[in-house]
Write a protein that binds this ligand. Structure first.
Ligand code: AMP
Ligand code: MG
Length: 319
């Protein structure tokens, strides 16, 4: 069932059920973060491997502090600047967080979301919510309650409808390994925003022994083959493809015979483009095209986050 009652959502969650919730990034599939059975249901519904840990969503900084062993000084600065909002921090976990939430790691991913309905829901609950994106593992994240309903409608008792997600892509994830802040996943808060708050440059995550968001090569993928291209790509490769759809930002691939062409933003605005990216991918994937070509985004600001997703969504890269 789909509706906008936080009371109903709270009732299901108190019974140990999973409920789809709106956030400013994408829809989440939420369960009581302290309840192992509820968390197991999240992994089952998503077909998500148990090795891929979940983000815990809390009402405010105080609640987050009850979930972690240490809250570093720089975490405090970032929390003050970006919470409630789309920044996830990886911190040493407190014993109250079950191992299944963190895939057995000693760290937990935490954030305070900014969607008013979900904040209201969290204020009614006696527990925080573990919530990955409300899609099947590897598929496109949903940004509307309708998309959640199409993807998981038969498998969740309630979808809390909070309208279209304002940001449209996932949160940015930062870690503090050896007190060094690193971006593990680019997302709705840009690297530039974080650097300007901390007044220092960030270091990028290099592959470590730990589980991290970049560990799955394929992700966010439509079923239709997707090729990532730019203006210098060799378009003769497309000559045997019939039904092509194109997702464009600055280019409009004039020499490519496409059936449908979608501009992510008419004004060249990255925020608007990010907001549209998943819903455009999702709609085109339903459109029976043989191929989707997508333009590579500029490699700065939200463009970085979008490229990270497009690269994982792409079957082939010609850029
Ligand atoms: P999703 O909620 O679907 O956006 O996925 C959450 C992301 O957070 C996954 O890519 C996880 O790998 C990452 N994540 C969650 N917990 C941790 C952790 N303790 N350490 C590193 N990455 C994490
Ligand atoms: Mg996800």
């Amino acid at each position: 069932m789909k509706g906008s009652s936080v009371q109903l959502a709270a009732e299901w969650l108190r019974k140990g059920e999973v409920v789809a919730i709106p956030t400013e990034t994408v829809y989440g599939l939420a369960g009581n973060a302290y309840n192992v059975d509820a968390i197991q249901k999240i992994y089952d519904v998503k077909n998500r491997p148990l090795s891929n840990p979940l983000i815990v969503h809390a009402l405010n900084i105080q609640q987050v502090k009850s979930l972690v062993k240490e809250f570093y000084a720089e975490a405090e600065i970032l929390a003050k600047s970006f919470w409630p909002g789309p920044l996830t921090m990886i911190l040493p976990k407190a014993a109250i967080i079950p191992d299944i939430v963190t895939a057995g790691q000693q760290t937990v991913a935490v954030r305070v979301p900014s969607h008013p309905l979900t904040l209201e829901l969290l204020s009614l609950l006696e527990f925080p919510l573990a919530a990955p994106s409300a899609n099947k593992f590897n598929y496109i994240s949903p940004v509307t309650a309708e998309a959640v309903s199409e993807m998981l409608g038969n498998e969740v008792p309630y979808i809390l409808d909070g309208g279209r997600c304002q940001k449209g892509i996932e949160s940015t994830i930062v870690s503090f390994v050896e007190k060094q802040i690193k971006i593990l996943r680019h997302g709705a808060i840009t690297e530039e925003q974080i650097e300007s708050v901390l007044q220092k440059p960030m270091s990028e995550q290099k592959s470590s022994g730990h589980l991290h968001p970049g560990m799955f090569k394929k992700h966010y993928s439509p079923k239709t083959p997707l090729w990532l291209m730019n203006r210098n790509s060799d378009f003769t490769r497309l000559r045997f493809q019939k039904n092509i759809a194109a997702i464009c930002f600055t280019e409009n691939f004039p020499s490519v015979p496409v059936k449908e062409k979608i501009m992510l933003s008419n004004s060249g605005d990255l925020e608007e483009a990010a907001q549209h990216l998943y819903s455009v991918l999702y709609e085109l994937d339903k459109g029976n095209f043989d191929l989707i070509i997508a333009e590579k985004m500029p490699d700065a600001g939200l463009g970085k986050a979008m490229n990270e997703r497009l690269i994982k969504a792409a079957h082939k890269h010609y850029n």
